[in-house]
Design a protein. Structure first.
Length: 268
């Protein structure tokens, strides 16, 4: 059985690897920053019918930035824009509107209006949600896993369309043939998401590794009895505050795949 190697040493046998997408495989920070800023700008323009006072507009922008985890230092890896689903970000946005005096029905309707309008604008500008590139070194690891017969999957809170776009744009449809999205039930970080995805793979969770950049992913992996749990540290400008890992990866070139040491090498 293939061995997962970390800095040249085996950390266990694997038959499958479950990858988070944003901040793990995907260089998502530029896109997510643009998305968060576009939502904030449009929310400020449309709040209270565009008649809000300057003080209210500034407070709204600050609260939404905090809710999304957006700052001058970049996106906080544990913020909602980094780890939460579109639905959860929408609820966070509506909650901020409520904090500034709007009733819940109007707050929720305005959040939907803002999100839909921003999505349409980004699509027209040719920047769909999945149009992000692989982080350096990730492709080499994915190719090594494929060559070793290890099954790869993405488990993400992105939409099915967002994940599929990411895979297509990076020519990964054959390399990563399985996915679990925010549209699946249960969605992560419920450990049932891992169980559902592993069932697709035909593997037990204990036969798989999970690699993610958020403690919510790593805690989910523990609860689901994943065999090897790795935290990925290099996907954001800010370092993720990870505690629930078994191992840490600081660059994809630290990870590799080796042959089963119990199988004798064939003589030439």
């Amino acid at each position: 059985m293939p061995q997962l190697l970390l800095r040249g040493r085996s950390i266990g046998e694997i038959q499958g690897v479950l990858f988070d997408k944003d901040g793990t495989l995907s260089h998502s920070e530029p896109h997510l920053t643009n998305l968060a800023e576009a939502r904030i700008q449009l929310a400020v323009r449309r709040f209270q019918g565009g008649q809000a006072h300057q003080q209210s507009q500034s407070k709204l922008a600050d609260l939404l930035s905090s809710a999304y985890g957006l700052s001058q230092e970049g996106i906080h890896p544990g913020g909602t824009i980094a780890v939460a689903s579109r639905e959860h970000n929408l609820i966070s946005t509506a909650t901020v509107f409520c904090l500034l005096g709007e009733a819940w029905p109007q707050s929720l309707a305005l959040a939907h209006e803002v999100f839909d309008a921003v999505d349409l604008t980004l699509a027209e500008d040719g920047a769909p949600g999945g149009a992000t590139t692989l982080l350096p070194g990730a492709l080499t690891v994915l190719q090594q896993l494929q060559e070793a017969g290890v099954v790869c999957a993405v488990i993400s809170n992105d939409t099915p369309k967002g994940i599929e776009s990411f895979l297509i744009n990076n020519n990964l449809q054959d390399t990563i043939p399985f996915l679990w999205s925010a549209g699946h039930r249960p969605a992560k970080p419920d450990p049932g998401a891992v169980h559902g995805l592993c069932k697709q793979l035909g593997l037990a969770p204990s036969e798989c590794a999970l690699i993610g950049d958020a403690d919510s992913d790593l805690q989910m992996a523990h609860q689901a009895n994943i065999g090897i749990i790795l935290g990925y540290m290099a996907g954001w400008r800010q370092t993720p505050p990870l505690r629930a890992h078994q191992h840490l990866i600081h660059h994809w070139n630290e990870l590799g795949v080796g042959a089963d040491p119990t199988v004798p090498a064939q003589s030439s």
